[in-house]
Design a protein around this ligand. Sequence first.
Ligand code: TXA
Ligand code: MG
Length: 363
Amino acid sequence: MKTAIIPPSPEAVLELGSRLRTGELVAMPTETVYGLAGNAWDPEAVAQIFAVKERPRFDPLIVHLPMPEHPIGLEDLWASGLVRRGWGDQELERVLQVCWPGPLTVVLPRDPQVLDLVTSGLETVAIRIPDHPLAQALLQAAGIPLAAPSANRFGHISPTSAQAVWQELAGRIPYILDGGVCPVGIESTIIRYLGQGHWHCLRPGGIPMATLAGILGRDPDPLPAPAQPNAPGQLPSHYAPRKPFYRLPNSWKQIQTHQGIPSLGVLIWQGDPESVQHILAERLGIPVQVWCLSRSGNTEEAAQRLFACLREMEASEAALLVTEGIGDPTGLGAAILDRLQRASLPLERLQTDFPGQLRLDVG
Ligand code: TXA
Ligand code: MG
């Protein structure tokens, strides 16, 4: 299949909207990451999403809706035909009004007509109203809810540009709508709303937990130990480069000596990558490349650059990749830490993965 990167225009959006309606897939920009969108009411389109991503069917999809012209209310959720009619309360409505459109996904009891394939047979459905002009225009043009997971192969790094989607899915999908670089850069926060202000956090993301706790007046309830993972975002290995990638216990400064490592790629949260490169290359006596999430330590910038940095590191000459194991855990920092945690293995694993061959000593 030929894959076209489509420059945005009102005509293109209308055309892609009608193609979505008739069951074709479109990779669309959102404020978080690019999504692989298909008609949520069409079982063949949804099956195609799983096939293209090589995604296991136990991993349910988020359904995206357009923003109404009036302040969003529970009525709008019920009218979508996705959420169980009559379910919800004022606290939920307040969260939606503050956070939508935006990087929040809410898991709610579903309407029986929602496809089992979309929810992986769960009794709940995940809903989000994205805050990106092109995503909104496409949702309006399509006139149907769009099921859209991140537009990457399952378990790999999420795409935050049209070129990154191309790397992931060229030859497998017909259209990529080019919206440039995603401004948030990290996926939506997923909460399960339980009623009466109670909630679970299933995945940290673009909306800080503290914001939600502020609106709902309470911290999230502890998650019951899942028999199966509730969100493969929660699976231990996810968002991962296809190259050995380990996390240091702490900062890059701890790196002292090595054995057998031909070249090293290092991800740091902030600072001056050139001077870090210099120090480490000297210390280790091997080629070192350094990527920095944000020179000034700005968390929004760090989130926006995270997946692009991981892509560059994967494509680089560096034989082995490491990331700092610490960073500011507040706000978006929690989501960045979560992604890095799932993309990498603890450094102790290096010696067991490459016994007698590779060692990186930290002080
Ligand atoms: O920012 C985002 O959320 C992006 C953009 C494209 O909207 N989408 C995204 O989708 O990250 P995906 O499929 O990569 O991650 C969605 C997560 C999955 O881990 C899935 O398990 C979880 O949402 N999920 C979906 N429905 C659920 C449900 N009913 N209960 C619990 N988790 C659910
Ligand atoms: Mg994903």
